[in-house]
Design a protein around this ligand. Structure first.
Ligand SMILES: [Zn+2]
Length: 369
């Protein structure tokens, strides 16, 4: 933001010297060649163009004092381009031009931001390879493979040395990576005696998941619930006592959801934003009530039926075979003997990862849509 000032300053300096030569007053500002050429991609002149005529008009005598001999050095960015290859690698290219007596030097760095939880977060800074076209222009290129798909924005940053350190930023370009392979693992009916096992298996595999917790169960396994949140997994509402919500009045539905969320907040410190109706029993009325208290419904795309007494091997193969990009896999960490599920988790994580999948929480899942 501040660095745009370099381009703006250049325009300003140019205008000031023009005024000094061509005598007082009118027009000038926006029509100088420098200002109009700076209206191309990378650089944003805006405020300076607006501010300049006013200050030029006010003190007609002031221009005698600071008349710069030559325009200030500046770095400009042009033609940022983004290409996303099938293998998910992203190539970014662009051109930089240096002016005001400085030559292309030093390195070009590229900053990549990812959109997360409602704001842009700086994820990587990469050194770009550059190819010099002439003394004043370089073309840069950077390729990278993001671990996570989603919405990104890129900004190039160049520095130059002419006795003083100069730095310029391009205006950011947004893009979204494609061919996303991600799944959300979800676990219902905890917190429970098996919750820690499931969490440890996920943590060892470096996978994040979402836990739909039942208020009543969580009351008896507070520490386990807290550890789930502490490991960066997402906490979600699965009601207070696990009733079929479609059979309840609006008021009762609301209490089931809100009380569970309150309890989870108290235990884990996290504010749940998603709910899953017990037994998958839902309706537009249930969803409307949930929406009115700020909860989004999440069902699933793969039901492992892991609670039916099947082996860990079967759970694993159902989860893996059923997975599709953007899928949501349903399993259970609580409500009965969930050892087979806990035993299946390491294999599920390994198999899906070897197929190129990343594991996302539901907030991330939503951000990727
Ligand atoms: Zn359930």
């Amino acid at each position: 933001m501040v660095r745009r000032g370099i381009a703006a300053l250049l325009a300003l300096a140019f205008v000031a010297s023009e005024v000094a030569v061509a005598a007082p007053l009118p027009t000038v500002a926006a029509t100088t060649p420098e200002a109009s050429s700076s209206a191309t991609p990378g650089i944003v002149p805006t405020e300076a163009d607006v501010a300049e005529p006013a200050s030029a008009l006010e003190p007609p005598s002031a221009e005698a004092t600071p008349v710069p001999e030559k325009p200030k050095p500046a770095v400009k960015f042009r033609k940022p381009k983004i290409a996303i290859r099938k293998d998910r690698a992203i190539t970014l290219t662009g051109t930089l031009s240096f002016s005001g007596g400085i030559v292309a030097s030093d390195t070009v760095r590229v900053r990549i931001y990812r959109y997360q939880k409602g704001r842009w977060k700086l994820r990587w800074t990469r050194k770009a390879t550059k190819r010099r076209i002439n003394k004043r222009t370089v073309r840069w290129r950077v390729a990278f493979k993001p671990k996570m798909r989603g919405r990104f924005k890129v900004q190039a940053m160049a520095s130059s040395w002419d006795g003083r350190f100069r730095r310029g930023f391009s205006s950011p370009r947004r893009f979204r990576s494609v061919s996303a392979r991600y799944v959300a693992l979800t676990f219902d009916d905890g917190a429970w005696t098996t919750t820690d096992r499931v969490r440890r298996a996920l943590d060892r595999g470096g996978a994040k998941a979402t836990f739909f917790m039942v208020g009543q169960h969580t009351k008896s396994h507070r520490a386990a619930a807290k550890r789930v949140a502490g490991s960066g997994h997402q906490i979600a509402v699965h009601t207070m006592t696990h009733p079929m919500l479609t059979g309840l009045s609006n008021g009762a539905i609301r209490r089931q959801l809100v009380n569970c969320r309150k309890l989870l907040k108290r235990v884990t410190g996290k504010n749940a934003r998603w709910y899953r109706p017990p037994g998958g029993a839902t309706s537009s009325r249930v969803r409307r009530v949930a929406r009115s208290v700020g909860l989004r419904e999440m069902m699933w795309t793969v039901d492992t039926r892991d609670w039916t007494g099947i082996s860990a091997g079967t759970i694993r193969s159902r989860a893996v075979r059923g997975a599709r990009p953007g899928g949501v896999i349903l399993m259970h960490d609580g409500g009965g003997n969930r050892r087979p599920t806990a035993a299946a988790v390491p294999g599920i994580v390994r198999d899906l990862r070897s197929r190129g999948y990343d594991f996302v929480t539901l907030d991330e899942w939503a951000a990727l849509r």
